[in-house]
Ligand binder design. Structure first.
Ligand code: ZN
Length: 192
């Protein structure tokens, strides 16, 4: 049971453009996505993605994210594109990153776009933010400024303890894909 359920609910039951009364739980299946990096990424990006996957794998066993091998079907593509190419995807050119997909759907690759012109902390922050969306936390919250899904997201390169709580909560075995917020709310007092 997370210390602030309402905060977690904001992240779980909404998406980039606000909540919907029909919004339901979505989360990754086990063993988890096979990840491929595409576009002009650097060794540093690969190291950062590997580090984030390690932390996620530890947080939400039995999900095991890993890089796709040659023979794998890729289920999560992380594509680095130049800023101007965001327009080709019908996204505003001032976007730093984007997630498109559905965590529970593993027969079509979900997609993360990262602006390849970003540098340093901003680049790392954007990678972490979009990878957090890929877990099924599609919303944002400005309730805590250290949250990876807060408005300061592009300066935050680590999950806050509250973020970790929400991720673990979403992946509790009693919380299943398709549950409504009311259904989850009615469960929380019965969870450890
Ligand atoms: Zn976002």
């Amino acid at each position: 049971m997370p210390s602030d359920f309402d905060y977690c609910a904001e992240l779980i039951f909404s998406w980039e453009f606000g909540g919907s009364p029909d919004w339901v739980v979505d989360k990754l299946p086990s063993p988890g996505p096979t990840v491929k990096l595409l576009g002009p990424y650097t060794e540093g990006d690969r190291t950062e993605v590997a580090r984030i996957m390690d932390e996620i794998n530890e947080l939400i066993t039995p999900v095991q994210m890993r890089f796709a091998t040659e023979s794998d079907f890729t289920t999560l593509e992380i594509i680095f594109i130049t800023q101007e190419r965001f327009v080709i995807w019908n996204l505003s050119p001032d976007f730093e990153g984007w997630y498109a997909g559905k965590a529970s759907q593993d027969d079509v690759a979900a997609m993360i776009l990262i602006n390849s012109e970003l540098r340093g902390t901003t680049r790392k922050g954007v990678i972490l933010h979009e990878m957090t969306h890929a877990l099924g936390l599609y919303g944002h919250s400005d309730k805590y400024s250290d949250g990876v899904l807060s408005y300061k997201w592009d300066t935050i390169t680590e999950f806050s303890d509250r973020d970790r709580e929400c991720i673990r909560f979403l992946y509790h075995p009693s919380i299943t894909v398709g549950m409504t917020e009311d259904e989850v709310r009615s469960l929380i007092h019965h969870l450890p």
